[in-house]
Design a protein around this ligand. Structure first.
Ligand SMILES: Nc1ncnc2c1ncn2[C@@H]1O[C@H](COP(=O)(O)OP(=O)(O)O)[C@@H](O)[C@H]1O
Ligand SMILES: [Mg+2]
Length: 226
């Protein structure tokens, strides 16, 4: 599998806390990789370094031919907007906007007309089983619906990688499985890579590979045979 995203010897500290120590991981194009490990292990820090949200103190992050960690803030923001989709544990939707607007606005930033963005947003919400949510604001949605909208927003612009940080951590197991199921089905259908931080121990059932993080140290498992 051709490497799409590669962290090499990445370290990141917050004050005296060494959140990530010399982490080296590779994500292949279209690969679904689960990141697991105890709370506080450095999973989110690893994901944020891979996604260009955080700049590591040491080491390199490569996205294809681009040295991600050397880009300035604006260039990283642009890259995230174009090539990456991100789903947070609590959705991270804009509370003042409807579900449809939450999906449509980033598409308009990407250059789509208002009408085209609205149409694409509607289609994506339907695809995620959240068509009914379109006119509602996040405060009017269930946790599961919020995450469906967040997944629609993360996928709608056709990213190469979706980063999801415990996207089902706040949901009951049924809602969680539905959200995860649709995220992975849509991503696999499009050849979108997924970096999924999860506490769910049925990782092997849906990921191609697992990265286990403990005390800031990342260990990659070999590919799971599917
Ligand atoms: N912004 C921050 N400021 C200070 N400490 C942080 C910050 N982010 C993470 N940490 C610390 O770094 C360590 C790793 O955190 P994190 O990557 O969030 O772990 P995980 O996602 O595995 O729970 C923890 O000890 C956490 O408290
Ligand atoms: Mg975390």
């Amino acid at each position: 599998m051709s490497p799409l995203l590669r962290a090499s010897g990445v370290s990141k500290a917050f004050g005296r806390t060494r959140a990530l120590r010399d982490a080296s991981v590779t994500i292949g194009a279209g690969e679904v990789v689960a990141v697991s490990g105890p709370s506080g292990a450095g999973k989110s820090t690893l994901l944020h370094c891979l996604a260009g949200i955080l700049v590591p103190d040491a080491g390199e992050v490569h996205y294809g031919a681009t040295r991600l960690d050397e880009l300035d803030e604006n260039a990283r923001t642009r890259l995230r907007r174009e090539a990456f989709g991100i789903v947070f544990q609590f959705g991270g939707l804009v509370p003042e906007l409807t579900a449809a607007e939450n999906v449509a606005v980033p598409l308009m930033f990407g250059g789509l007309s208002r009408a085209k963005a609205a149409e694409a947003a509607r289609e994506w919400l339907e695809r995620l089983g959240a068509g009914d949510c379109a006119p509602l604001r996040p405060g009017e949605l269930s946790g599961g619906q919020v995450q469906r909208v967040a997944v629609a927003r993360a996928l709608a612009h056709g990213p190469e990688v979706v980063f999801a940080d415990e996207p089902t951590g706040a949901l009951d197991s049924v809602a969680g499985e539905e959200v995860l199921g649709s995220l992975l089905a849509e991503a696999r259908g499009r050849g979108t890579a997924v970096v999924l931080v999860t506490h769910d121990n049925r990782v092997a059932a849906y990921a191609d590979r697992e990265i286990v993080v403990r005390d800031g140290v990342a260990a990659e498992s070999p590919a799971v045979t599917r």
